[in-house]
Design a protein around this ligand. Structure first.
Ligand SMILES: Nc1ncnc2c1ncn2[C@@H]1O[C@H](COP(=O)(O)OP(=O)(O)OP(=O)(O)O)[C@@H](O)[C@H]1O
Ligand SMILES: [Mg+2]
Length: 435
């Protein structure tokens, strides 16, 4: 049999699949935990569903519904509720069938592309190129298309994550134009539904837009643990095989997500990950242990994403601390050490500037606030005060994320000069010791 360099037998993929297929079944329908899945029922969203249904019902008679905004923290079911209501509205037995155009402003991210997206969705063809046409031309074309295709019906324009559009250059302007579409339409009518999890974004809105989006908005309060439990119980019935969840699993997922602002997405992610961990270990039952492990894994994913999204200089500060800790685990790290190591490693990466001590200190504060490091201020007597710096998260995780950053990958084995026994640093120059 072939051996790999560790002398361990190679991973046997055929055996793995065979075991997988003959192993215990945890999931019945894993897709029901996907974010795109629209549940048949939305527990604890009755008030919001009723409110939106009342506002949109007149579209079934061909009248123009008011535009409105939906607010609430992340994971409070805003997108799911709008999608749910739009599905229900489409299923009604009415002569007039409203149109729904859903736009996630985080994905379709420029005013131009939003207009092009609306046009191309209605025309069902990629008629407007991704760039190039003047805005007033697209508007004219769009008005013509709405009147001819949508006819005497209503077109709902759902602008999800609308705050991202408002913060963009030209965002307010296009929003204003969209709220004014009806004034220039002969047959059809439009209605805007804005969704946001930034409660303060209205402050950046042009007052004329606020008045056309309606003073009234629909609030999605965060879920408490018992509401999250109900949501998970309903979802688990369709997702998991009967009897595979130990009774503590759902309350634990609900309690952990309730602590994080009552985010239903988090609760569902935890449940899914716990199920996958049980499946991976070929366990028949999902237990609290799987949930705890899932929580740790999700937190790590979160930290990794956070570090990956940081500016390179901040990542180099983390790399400096990592390199010192790696080559001398017991060494007590102070800010000056980080300054030295940073200036050594930034010299190994083309185009990276030297930072001042002050900037390094700012980055240290930021990393400490983010919970990645702890920086304890210690008095050094006559020498003043300094910060003692340590990682607050595991070295393995740090190593994992740093090695995935292209520019840092190549310096992961760099040993800082002050830890190299044969070198000495004098006035920022590195010399080889003669004795
Ligand atoms: N009441 C509910 N019943 C069943 N599932 C729900 C409920 N509320 C939210 N969910 C589920 O939780 C997840 C997050 O919900 P959703 O995407 O609607 O949140 P959101 O408020 O739009 O969040 P964000 O502001 O981050 O976009 C989705 O998978 C959704 O199906
Ligand atoms: Mg959403």
């Amino acid at each position: 049999m072939l051996k790999n360099h560790n002398n361990n037998p190679q991973f046997n993929i055929d055996k793995f699949y065979k075991n997988y297929l003959s192993g215990p079944r945890i999931f019945k329908n894993r897709d029901a935990l996907e974010s795109s899945y629209i549940p048949r029922e939305l527990p604890h969203r009755d008030t919001q569903i009723k409110n939106i249904a009342e506002k949109t019902a007149c579209a079934l008679l061909g009248d123009t519904p008011p535009s409105f905004l939906c607010y609430g923290m992340t994971g409070t079911g805003k997108t799911a509720t709008i999608r749910y209501v739009s599905q229900k509205l489409a299923q009604q037995n009415s002569k007039i069938k409203p149109w729904w155009i859903y736009i996630n402003c985080n994905v379709v991210s420029t005013p131009y592309r939003i207009l092009a997206h609306i046009y191309n969705t209605i025309s069902r063809k990629e008629k407007i190129p991704p760039t190039g046409l003047p805005k007033d031309i697209i508007f004219k074309k769009l008005l013509g298309l709405l009147d001819s295709r949508v006819g005497n019906s209503i077109c709902f324009l759902v602008l999800d994550e609308i705050d991202i559009l408002v913060d963009k250059k030209g965002g307010n302007e296009i929003l204003y134009d969209l709220t004014r579409l009806n004034e220039n339409l002969d047959n059809s009518k439009t209605s805007i539904i804005g969704i946001s999890n930034k409660l303060k974004f209205r402050e950046n809105l042009d007052p004329r837009i606020i008045s056309s989006l309606g003073e009234e908005h629909i609030v999605f309060p965060s879920y408490d643990a018992s509401e999250l439990r109900d949501i998970l119980i309903e979802r688990a019935k369709i997702t998991f095989q009967d009897g595979v969840l130990k009774e503590e699993v759902i309350p634990l997922c609900a309690a952990l997500a309730a602590k994080e602002n009552g985010d239903a997405r988090k609760a569902l992610q935890l449940l899914r990950k716990a199920g996958e961990l049980a499946e991976r270990d070929q366990n028949k039952i999902v237990t609290a242990k799987h949930v705890e492990k899932a929580q740790g894994d999700l937190e790590n994913d979160h930290i990794m994403e956070y570090i990956k999204g940081m500016p390179l200089q901040a990542q180099l500060i983390i790399a400096s601390i990592y390199l010192i800790s790696r080559f001398s685990p017991d060494y007590v790290i102070i800010s000056g050490d980080i300054y030295d190591v940073h200036s050594e490693i930034r010299g190994l990466i083309p185009g990276v500037r030297q930072l001042t001590k002050r900037r390094i200190s700012d980055y240290i504060n930021e990393l400490s606030l983010a919970g990645i490091i702890s920086a304890e201020v210690k008095s050094m007597g006559h020498y003043g005060r300094t910060k003692i710096i340590k990682f607050d998260i595991g070295m393995e995780l740090i190593e994992n994320v740093l090695s995935k950053i292209d520019k840092i990958h190549g310096i992961m084995n760099y040993k800082p000069v002050f830890l190299q026994t044969d070198k000495v640093k004098l006035k920022n120059n590195i010399f080889k010791k003669l004795i």
